[in-house]
Design a protein. Sequence first.
Length: 494
Amino acid sequence: MASSPVVEPEVDETVRADRRFFGHPLGVGNLAGVEMWERFSFYGMQAILAFYLYYRVSEGGLGLTEVQATSIVGAYGGLVYLSAILGAWVADRVLGAELTLTYGAGLILAGHVALAVLPGFVGVGVGLVCVAIGSGTLKATTSSVLGEMYAAGDDRRDAGFSIYYMGVNIGALLGPLLTGWLWQMRGFHWGFGAAAIGMAAGLVQYLLLRRSTIRGIGARPTNPLRAGEWVRYAVPAAIAVALVVVAAMTGLLAPQRLATIVTVITVLAAVALFAVILGSSKIDADERSRVISFIPMFVASATFWSLFQQQFTVLAVYSDQRVDRTIGSFEVSPAWVTSINPVFIIVFAGVFAAMWTKLGPRQPTTPWKFAIGTFIMGLAFLLFIPMANGGENSTPLLWIALILFFFTMAELFLSPVGQSLATKLAPRAFHTQMIALFFLSIAVGSSMSGALSAGYDPNDEVPYFLLVGLASIGVSVVIAVLSRWISRMMRGVR
């Protein structure tokens, strides 16, 4: 069977030349806006999710154990980014990135509504599946559309992703503050309802500005399916769904094993996607070399996110039980701790964006940025050790803020740069799917954050924080050693 032709994206060059949004295309503002509201709902819901799962029924929760709750949260986080493969495939082969983005936003809204109005595990199951698939789809396609707003070699690209990332973190800041407050005042479902309203606002904003700011970017699939190819994908998809149903009915998907299962599936999916891209006849030698250069970066990214996403697993439990959250006579909600990182992001994202813009070609290469990010992330976990084994309410809130400051510095070196890198290294035929690979690294890390949480012992915390921190530092050293080779394999991409 003949392969499908690669369709070059049609880009209105007036969009790329636009500088109305802080020197960037106005569409960057629209995309940052919809992501701001999506992150408002995403982090607002996730900030209270673990507590909803393990708090007693008399307290409005579902009464699971802490290990089961953190495993579910980790598995859910992994599924969000694992579903980026599905969204990327639909974008590249069926609908185009922009229309897939729009449908993904609608699915997210449906999921948050389900969490807000459906009781118990029914609401959790329906809601988390819808939000996971929709959010993964939105993340991959939004980055794809954003990347197409810049021409190859445009030095504004990294700064544009950093500005976009600032908008994301405004939502990540406000979401937990509101949902955490509503949870304590009115109950968990009020918090989930606020997340649904936030996502509705984001979808309305995007649709109102869509025609005037996007102007057809990402409108067509870059590698469209031929008529006879549907069966090749429909049959494996049906088999996969059947296997999941059987596993659920036979008890194989026990809550405490979910994070580990998702980690294994995600690693296999990443290997498969790398193999598909590298084995394709639609990429040339330079594109293949760039994809190979992304492999060690994938490992570094997965390592970083396995620590960073513990804000919603180990750190959620730690904030609830170990941190002294009293300020005067007021006790801060444990959900609010997750808003500390976005505060730092909002303050420093602009600084980093300006720094990369000013340095231009003199800024550190991307491999060095990844090495620095994973190193700082390891240091952040070592900072838990001085307060380890201290008992209930023994860790000052300011000490957690210091640790989360290190989280932020690490994140700013790696996360927005990683999304930008994926768009720069992407082969033409696999543009959105290459971005999905970056999100798969987050999927591996997110699910690992749940799997690793099983090794956290509140009565003996030092071994956990020491081993996890040193592992991240070790990965950073490997990336630094390989940085020259990686840069050569990137074939001119910085």
